[in-house]
Unconditional design. Structure first.
Length: 111
């Protein structure tokens, strides 16, 4: 699991790559939470995430709660069909704003 961060205007873009599972979900969450603050706008680019276990799903939900609890917003982009199907089947998808591309995600956060 690798995470790189960039700033595009007021939005922090966190590009995740690799697998998110029980061995690295806590570290991934800690890395994302470094960017959470009052009114934060986070875009998680998941286009290079090849696998996500239930630990990864829990990490996303916990992160979502932290972001929204701080008055922030979060958008997921680039979910693979498998991950999106799993999130939909488990009810997790209903918590998140999801877009297909980085530009769509930025537009959603800037509207």
């Amino acid at each position: 699991m690798q995470i790189t961060d960039t700033k595009i205007g007021d939005v922090t873009v966190l590009k995740m790559a690799g697998e998110i599972d029980g061995s690295n979900a806590p570290q991934a969450q800690q890395r994302v939470l470094e960017h959470v603050g009052p009114g934060a706008a986070l875009l998680l680019d998941m286009s290079d995430v090849t696998y996500m276990s239930s630990a990864g799903l829990r990490m996303l939900l916990s992160t979502y709660r932290s972001v929204t609890g701080a008055g922030g917003r979060m958008v997921l982009v680039g979910l693979s069909e498998d991950i999106e199907d799993t999130m939909s089947a488990t009810g997790f998808l209903s918590f998140f704003a999801c877009q297909h591309t980085l530009d769509e995600g930025l537009a959603a956060l800037n509207s």
